[in-house]
Design a protein around this ligand. Structure first.
Ligand SMILES: Nc1ncnc2c1ncn2[C@@H]1O[C@H](COP(=O)(O)OP(=O)(O)OP(=O)(O)O)[C@@H](O)[C@H]1O
Ligand SMILES: [Mg+2]
Ligand SMILES: [Zn+2]
Length: 729
């Protein structure tokens, strides 16, 4: 595995297996510990206690009135009418002083699970909630969103000047904050420890919320060593309630996280991981750049999306290609300096219809609601990574696509990255291989993708009707005979020449091609020469990919004396069963199309109206006009406040306002996304924007570019560059 690099403050490094384990330092039971707090009454983890806290006298100057229920906070502060899934149970439990482990999918709504308790507990005099988050680049917007909603929040991180930090620290000590966001490395500084101790002594340390908690585990897909220092929280402040939140939930990571953060006695809240509005598709990788462009232009023209690539080089190539094709595309990887990364992230969040082409360094915690697609041009390392990356699509609950192209090279490269890693131990490699195999099984599989994905997270489900395999059940062919031919060919070649060869050569032998190399080695004399002339080369590549993915064949990187590197194929022990006819091989029929033909997915959905199109098509002309004016007004406010537009109001909120045609402030009450603070602050302006008839109708969507034209502008093929994979930031 190439050496990962430091990415500024987050500086992720290689997993280590020998790190100390804080198992011995178990925290005393919550109830006893809680009673030791001088200013806090004995808390019971019950809804009665939650109700008591919710109805307590307000304490902080930041929140000026008591809120009788968490529903009221949801409605009044955030403007939402109901909780999602287990949010309410989690919130009540945490308000009552209970510890919690919250597993909820990406975009599931974890933030409210600590923000509402933070407000309720501050109102009841319990002080500030400390949110530990690795997402420095997002803290400004996260805090901005809370301030917009009227919640007193701030962040402390390395981007601030000494004066700014000092001012915030003073505010913190005066108990003027409801939430303070801080990076994990910050928590362990003597200065921060001093602040926390001072608050704690006065009973003003209300709650620790550890976001992206999987970062504490080396088995999670983005381990951050700084998270290990969070053992400080339960060691130094054992009586302060803690909650850990993550979207990563495979059993191994979960267990490690619980032990590292000492959450054994915490209540575990595990939500369904289903994201029903996301359509999963995994297509054969034929001509990836061209496939991507076609996918975006036919299905998501003008819409925001993220394209993940494995290497920085590829990120830049693809972003350049999309830009040339007229899309608002940007490249993002950890090789760019922090300022450029921040600018591009801000543009993606603030401007409509941008496509971010990125390594995995981009995306964690991004709360842009209208990302309509996440495309993978290279396969991720494991299902957790894939699920978290795809989960960034469709956070607004509207239809979105998770689309991946996948091919032989992906399997070979990912395997090799594990095998050649010099820093990882054998135990670590074995776990990584297992995780990769699970992803390969998903990619190769013919059953419902959602059933496979949820199954990986331990959740049973029924076929979804909203993935490629459900919508277009793939034809399956019995490839046992073909597999046996390929395996025997490998065997014969090895036997005859005493060495192994690459895929191209083996497939040439099977297909009976007389290349110079075949003549040179006498491989045209082998009994397997020409026995596979009935299948095309792409079909053979499909068979080979499956055999590699199923661990029947290994692809090994060799280095010649002249310094060249090449792949060679070897039989693995499990191949014996297939060779002896004891196991069969079933493969999905490949959608091998001539160049220029549409794939099944895109031809089917070429008639599909875009989500944006559909949503706005339901509005009448007057509402459309109001919507355009509201968007223009929102853009001005967002710019003035230096925040993304969706922080002011989500699109869905503006659409609801436009549809309502409000005449007075009362008409705005109850619209999802309009809390009390926003109603007071923006209500009059919103009414004004709705009433204004002076401006013209919204501009039409630009027409989709001509398909044939697009083919001219793309580069056709390149091999995967394995250098410098990034780490999430
Ligand atoms: N009860 C609710 N009603 C309406 N919208 C909600 C509700 N809860 C959360 N949301 C919205 O859902 C979106 C996603 O929420 P949030 O950012 O908390 O996700 P998350 O679980 O933290 O995801 P990630 O793992 O990606 O960080 C936000 O825009 C939020 O405002
Ligand atoms: Mg989050
Ligand atoms: Zn399905």
């Amino acid at each position: 595995m190439p050496t990962p690099e430091s990415t500024g403050n987050n500086a992720p490094i290689q997993p280590r297996l020998d790190a100390p384990h804080p198992q011995a330092l178990r925290r005393p039971h919550l109830l006893t510990a809680w009673q030791r707090l001088p200013l806090q009454p004995a808390a019971r983890q019950s809804t009665t206690e939650a109700a008591r806290i919710l109805t307590a006298t307000p304490h902080s100057s930041a929140n000026t009135h008591a809120t009788p229920s968490c529903h009221d906070i949801l409605q009044e502060v955030f403007g939402y009418s109901g909780f999602r899934g287990p949010q309410e149970a989690i919130i009540e439990h945490v308000i009552a002083g209970g510890d919690a482990l919250v597993l909820m999918p990406t975009g599931g709504g974890k933030s409210l699970c600590y923000q509402i308790p933070a407000i309720a507990r501050q109102n009841a005099g319990h002080g500030v909630t400390i949110v530990i988050s690795p997402l420095i680049a997002l803290m400004h917007d996260q805090v901005g969103a809370l301030l917009e909603a009227g919640v007193s929040a701030a962040f402390l991180n390395s981007t601030q000047t000494y004066e700014e930090s000092s001012q915030l620290e003073a505010q913190l000590l005066r108990n003027e904050l409801t939430l303070l966001y801080a990076a994990p490395e910050r928590i362990n500084t003597p200065r921060m420890k001093g602040l926390l101790t001072s608050l704690h002594e006065r009973g003003l340390l209300s709650l620790f919320a550890i976001d992206e908690a999987h970062c504490v585990s080396q088995w999670g897909h983005d381990f951050r060593p700084e998270y290990r220092s969070l053992s400080l929280l339960h060691e130094t402040f054992p009586d302060v309630p803690r909650m850990a939140l993550t979207a990563t939930a495979d059993a191994l990571t979960r267990q490690d996280m619980i032990e590292r953060l000492q959450l054994e006695s915490a209540q575990h809240f595990v939500s369904s991981f289903d994201r029903p509005n996301i359509r999963y598709s995994i297509v054969e990788k034929l001509d990836p750049t061209r496939q991507l462009l076609r996918f975006i232009q036919t299905e998501h023209h003008g819409e925001a999306g993220i394209v993940y690539c494995q290497s920085r080089k590829r990120v830049e190539e693809i972003a350049g290609m999309l830009e040339e094709a007229g899309l608002k595309a940007m490249a993002y990887h950890a090789g760019f300096d922090a300022k450029i990364r921040q600018q591009r992230q801000d543009r993606f969040l603030r401007e409509d219809g941008c496509v971010m082409v990125a390594t995995i360094a981009f995306g964690m915690g991004i709360d842009k609601p209208d990302v309509r697609f996440v495309a993978h041009l290279d396969m991720p390392k494991n299902i957790e990574g894939y699920y978290q990356e795809t989960g960034r699509a469709g956070r607004d609950g509207l239809a979105a696509d998770a689309w991946m192209v996948y091919g032989l090279q992906d399997v070979v490269n990912q395997r090799r990255m594990i095998d050649t890693s010099e820093v990882a131990s054998e135990e670590f490699k074995a776990v990584m291989r297992g995780k990769l195999d699970a992803l390969l099984t998903l990619a190769e599989g013919t059953r419902c993708r959602r059933v496979s994905l949820l199954g990986y997270f331990g959740e049973a489900s029924e076929p979804c009707g909203n993935c490629d395999n459900c919508l277009n059940p793939p034809a399956v062919w019995d490839a046992t005979e073909a597999a046996r031919k390929l395996l025997s060919c490998l065997y014969r070649v090895q036997q005859a020449s005493g060495m192994s060869f690459g895929a191209g050569h083996i497939l040439d032998i099977l297909r009976g091609k007389t290349s110079d190399k075949i003549i040179q080695y006498g491989h045209d004399k082998l009994s397997t020469f020409g026995i596979g002339a009935d299948l095309s080369e792409p079909q053979w590549r499909g068979v080979l990919r499956h055999l590699i993915a199923s661990n029947l064949v290994a692809s090994t990187l060799m280095h010649s004396a002249s310094g060249n590197s090449f792949n060679t194929l070897q039989l693995l022990p499990d191949a014996r069963q297939v060779l002896k006819g004891e196991a069969s091989v079933l493969l999905r029929q490949q959608a091998v199309k001539a160049k220029g033909e549409r794939t099944r997915h895109s031809s089917k959905s070429s008639v599909k109206t875009s989500v944006k199109g559909m949503a706005e098509a339901t509005l009448n002309a007057g509402a459309l006009e109001r919507l355009a004016r509201l968007k223009a007004w929102r853009a001005g406010v967002a710019k003035e406040h230096n925040l993304p537009a969706f922080v002011i109001f989500h699109d869905a909120t503006l659409r609801a306002i436009a549809e309502q045609a409000p005449q007075g402030l009362d008409d705005l009450k109850g619209i999802s996304g309009i809390g009390e603070k926003k109603l007071t602050k923006y209500g009059a302006d919103v009414l004004l924007a709705c009433a204004d008839t002076a401006r013209s109708a919204p501009p039409n969507m630009p027409p989709a570019p001509d398909d044939s034209d697009m083919a001219m502008r793309i580069d056709m093929d390149f091999t995967m560059d394995l250098q410098a994979p990034d780490w999430p930031e």
